[in-house]
Design a protein around this ligand. Structure first.
Ligand SMILES: [Zn+2]
Ligand SMILES: [Zn+2]
Length: 556
């Protein structure tokens, strides 16, 4: 009897933004869909990355057959290296998705060689009692797929992230036919992307960005600096195409932008016109009207390439009066402060900074709006429905969108939160208890240097490693430190050789502040991050410990 039960357990991504991961269990076999991370919220200052709690999976390690990935965004693959360092199973994904996973894996030192299994859309693979078909979908990243998972109890469709783009720029259409085929034959459960459940109508096609970008290339008389997510290959292609058309050469700046562009090019997913690329160090030597710059850092991350350019502290690039800076990305809620600060810096130097919503748009969403969600619901016509990927309000809106399907075979919708178990047997479906879920905070060493081996830091270990608060009084107008910094620490043991920890730390902080320029010193976000990185490097070197470091700036 026990074998005739199917469990679907969202382990992250429901009621929160990021960490998408779902376990599908039939008897003693577990399949995991996606394994994402979350970017830390400002209140988790001092922590670099947030991973899902793997307690439930470690308890059931022997039953896990594989991880299957839908696409290469960090909220779907970012926790794969962490996962593999704990649990060794094969990982399935498309070429581009797995190339991004491999790039992340380089930062880790795994005991076993990871088993990455490349698949293509339309391919079907057997994993334990599950048969998984990969179905191409349109999204803001290339090579994204939905999954049709045939289980002994029936078919589960997991959409992954999608929009229904009728005119994708790479001409790879959403495979709606296959989705409809499954719908016709009968689908037990649909899990579908709820991100834009509060947006009426249709999301614009990726093609809608072209007119605005073209207008910018057409009228700009100086440098054009475009920032987008490094995984937005469609957007990067557009910039390369327009640069060629308007006689500009392109410098690619920022570690992630460079490596993802190389990966996409090597897989034939990005067409780089001959001779168009420019070395970063040469970008300022050409006449400004002959240069376009592709740069990472749309979210104002203090150590990103664009943030450095904004405070005029980048090795190769600077922004001058008359330049045009384009933020071709969504402002992720929570990042407004950092982004607007960065824009202020660049505006102060006379750049024309374009951001936010415009018509025609600078950016379009990668997620479908209400009408697209309805289209997928109508094609799949599931017996049970579980909205995924969204805050609770979006999940419940999405569930309401499915109500009309009550007349087309829908028996029930389940608005769930991460950790809740959906159980399906021959009697029907119901919520059945909870498993442990949560967040694990990770400290990735210093952000700007050569990537160090990642060190997993559970917050529970805080008591062992302690906390260090450098307190610095800075004059907002002069950028000068008014007093020597103060160092407060708790639960942090002093070095054994008797050297005075607080004195050393004070010196490190003073040096960091002195070596920063005026703009960095008056930008709390930037200066805090620099102090944290430098002090951390110092403390790790001296003591091999990793206390939580939280710089406090007093404005005087
Ligand atoms: Zn996502
Ligand atoms: Zn995505």
């Amino acid at each position: 009897m026990k074998d005739h039960k199917l469990q679907v357990i969202p382990l992250g991504g429901l009621g929160e933004f990021g960490m998408n991961m779902t376990a599908i269990r039939y008897g003693d076999d577990i399949l995991i869909v996606d394994c994402g991370m979350m970017f830390p919220e400002p209140e988790l200052l001092g922590v670099d990355l947030v991973m899902p709690d793997l307690t439930y999976l470690k308890e059931n390690e022997a039953h896990i057959r594989a991880v299957v990935l839908t696409h290469g965004h960090e909220d779907h693959i970012g926790a794969v290296p962490y996962f593999l360092s704990e649990i060794d199973v094969p990982v399935y994904g498309t070429d581009f998705t797995l190339a991004l996973v491999e790039r992340r894996l380089e930062e880790y030192d795994l005991d076993q060689e990871p088993r990455l299994i490349h698949v293509k859309a339309k391919q079907i693979v057997d994993i334990g009692p599950f048969k998984v078909e990969f179905i191409h979908v349109t999204h803001s990243i290339v090579s994204a797929v939905a999954l049709a998972i045939t289980t002994p109890m029936g078919v589960i469709i997991h959409t992954g992230d999608f929009k229904v783009d009728p005119t994708p720029t790479d001409n790879e259409l959403f495979d709606l036919h296959t989705l409809a085929d499954y719908g016709k034959r009968g689908v037990l459960l649909l899990l579908s992307d709820s991100t834009n459940a509060d947006r009426p109508g249709y999301t614009e096609s990726e093609r809608a960005v072209r007119p605005r970008m073209e207008e910018i290339f057409n009228r700009s008389e100086k440098r054009i600096v475009v920032s987008c997510f490094s995984s937005s290959i469609h957007r990067i292609q557009l910039v390369l195409d327009l640069a060629q058309q308007y006689g500009r050469r392109v410098a690619v700046i920022g570690r992630s932008m460079v490596s993802v562009t190389e990966i996409a090019h090597s897989l034939g997913l990005l067409d780089i016109p001959d001779g168009i690329l420019l070395r970063p160090q040469d970008a300022m030597d050409l006449p400004p009207e002959k240069v376009a710059i592709l740069i990472s850092g749309t979210q104002g991350e203090p150590m990103s390439a664009l943030s450095r350019v904004a405070v005029d502290n980048h090795k190769h690039i600077s922004v001058d009066a008359g330049d045009t800076v384009v933020l071709s990305a969504r402002i992720i809620p929570g990042n407004e402060k950092g982004i607007f600060r960065m824009i202020d810096h660049m505006s102060r130097r006379g750049a024309d900074v374009l951001y936010g919503s415009m018509n025609p748009p600078l950016h379009v969403s990668g997620h479908g709006s209400i009408e697209e969600m309805k289209l997928v619901l109508n094609l799949v016509r599931p017996r049970f429905f579980m909205p995924v990927h969204g805050e609770f309000r979006q999940l419940s809106k999405h569930a309401k969108l499915a109500e009309h399907l009550r007349f087309a075979g829908l028996e029930d919708s389940f608005v769930m939160e991460s950790g809740e178990v959906l159980e399906i047997d021959h009697q029907g479906a119901r919520k059945a208890g909870k498993v442990q879920v949560g967040r694990v905070c990770i400290d990735s060493g210093s952000v700007d240097d050569v990537v160090q081996e990642m060190v997993i830091r559970d917050r529970r270990h805080l008591s062992e490693d302690g906390i260090v608060l450098p307190i610095i009084a800075i004059n907002r107008h002069t950028g000068r430190m008014e007093n020597p910094p103060e160092i407060v620490s708790r639960g942090f043991a002093v070095a054994e050789d008797g050297s005075n920890f607080a004195d050393d730390a004070r010196m490190v902080v003073t040096k960091t502040v002195e070596n920063s320029n005026q703009e960095e010193k008056t930008d709390w976000g930037v200066i805090k991050e620099k102090i944290r990185a430098d002090l951390k490097r110092h403390i790790v070197k001296q003591t091999s410990r990793r206390p939580l470091i939280m710089p406090v700036i007093l404005e005087v």
